[in-house]
Write a protein that binds this ligand. Structure first.
Ligand SMILES: [Zn+2]
Length: 409
């Protein structure tokens, strides 16, 4: 387990922040530098089919050590870190045996406080790895990479633990929504997989939002304000009217759990043309369709009221709830739950109020729920992870491999 932390600290020293404004994959060179390093380590571990492809996807396989047929399973993590905060020169600090209270982050004024993050109150006695307050930590998702490699190394060193083929995949550009784009499911060769990209111990996720983007384009008529009487149509007024027709309680700030929402996330205002950028989210596919129809109905209503000017709606589906792809294979979830329970981890199943690469992969034919890494507060300077959580993740990965072989003997 010492190697687990050593690996993690080494991986976070690589700056692998992805960049949404670059079309190339991977979007940044730093990701390739880490991928090359990981490739070396996988070769040193004597894994099979270690291959880093031209798009920065690194794959490898630990071959089965049993005679009988066992389904091959996979574990996936992403190499990039979020664009939201710097991932350059990450200087982690380790707080051993946390006793409560504020943790000073580096030499500055930043603290990690249980008042702001009550989860800390449950972590007394744990060893906590934090940032120095100037960058994110990169536990999302280098903890996942370190945990997968450590689990694979453990299986390799303990051949008495029986398992089938285990595929591993490290992907680029997850944080900018492209991690699944060029993922070669066929080459990966697993029947199902798990992303190790979740939060606190026990997290197990196989439901996520259905997602659509909705652009509402309001067309007005611009005329010099001095001679505008009965001629000007101010598109910003049309847009304001439209926004007031949306359900005020069905927004991100008023919803949680399984509730969906409409979210006005951007606006480009001008007299002649105003564009409203919405995202629509719903766990239920039919619910999403209702929301789309509701917006269309409001657009039609507004158009019928307007004597001049016009409103357009452009809808684009982004991703869907992986539940419909995972539920037909209940053993995928059962095995994860059983592995956790066998490791004294209580499964905490909850819906993801967002999307994941696993959701996309599930629709590409690779059912792919998400399992915890042990981390908290991803994407910002308050990100942290516990050593204990990371160790549990390694144990769960090993157990999953083992239980799959047992179940199918
Ligand atoms: Zn992640």
């Amino acid at each position: 387990m010492d190697q687990l932390i050593e690996r993690f600290l080494r991986y976070v020293s690589f700056d692998t922040q992805s960049n949404p404004s670059v079309a190339h994959c991977p979007s940044t060179d730093g990701q390739t530098v880490l991928a090359e390093q990981l490739k070396k380590e996988l070769i040193e571990l004597e894994l099979c089919d270690v291959e880093l492809d031209e798009n920065g996807y690194l794959m490898a396989r630990l071959p089965s050590n049993v005679e009988h047929d066992v389904p091959s399973i996979g574990f996936i993590a992403h190499m990039d870190t979020a664009p939201d905060a710097s991932g350059k020169e990450v200087k982690p600090q380790i707080v051993e045996n946390y006793k409560g209270g504020d943790i000073a982050l580096g030499a500055g004024d930043e603290v990690l406080s249980p008042i702001q993050y009550p989860d800390l109150n449950k972590l007394h006695g744990h060893n906590i790895i934090t940032t120095d307050g100037t960058t994110l930590l990169g536990a999302d998702n280098k903890a996942g990479i370190a945990e997968i490699i450590t689990a694979i190394a453990y299986l390799k060193a303990n051949p008495e633990i029986k398992h089938g083929d285990i595929s591993i995949g490290f992907t680029p550009d997850e944080e900018i929504g492209r991690g699944a784009n060029l993922f070669n499911v066929e080459k990966f060769g697993a029947q199902w997989a798990y992303t190790i990209d979740g939060g606190p111990i026990g997290e197990l996720e196989y439901e996520n939002f259905n997602a659509t983007s909705a652009d509402v384009i309001c067309h007005g008529v611009n005329v010099h304000p001095g001679t505008a009487k009965d001629k000007m149509v101010n598109a910003m007024n049309i847009a304001a009217k439209f926004q007031l027709m949306m359900p005020a309680e069905e927004t991100p700030e008023c919803t949680e759990g399984y509730e969906g929402f409409y979210h006005l996330k951007s606006m480009e205002p001008a007299v002649a043309k105003t564009e409203l950028g919405y995202i629509i989210r719903d766990f239920d596919r039919e619910g999403l369709e209702h929301r789309k129809a509701f917006m269309q109905q409001k657009v039609d209503e507004l158009n019928s009221q307007l004597t001049k000017g016009r409103v357009e709606l452009i809808l684009e589906d982004c991703y869907f709830n992986m539940r419909e792809m995972v539920e037909p294979h209940p053993h995928v979830i059962e095995l994860a739950k059983e592995a956790m329970i066998a490791c004294d981890v209580k499964p905490d199943i909850k819906p993801i109020r967002g999307g994941t690469d696993g959701a996309r992969l599930s629709f590409m034919g690779l059912p792919c729920p998400n399992i915890f890494t042990g981390g908290y507060n991803f994407h910002g300077i308050h990100e942290f992870i516990t050593v204990e959580g990371m160790e549990q993740a390694v144990k769960v990965i090993v157990k999953l491999a083992e239980n799959t072989a047992v179940k199918y003997q």
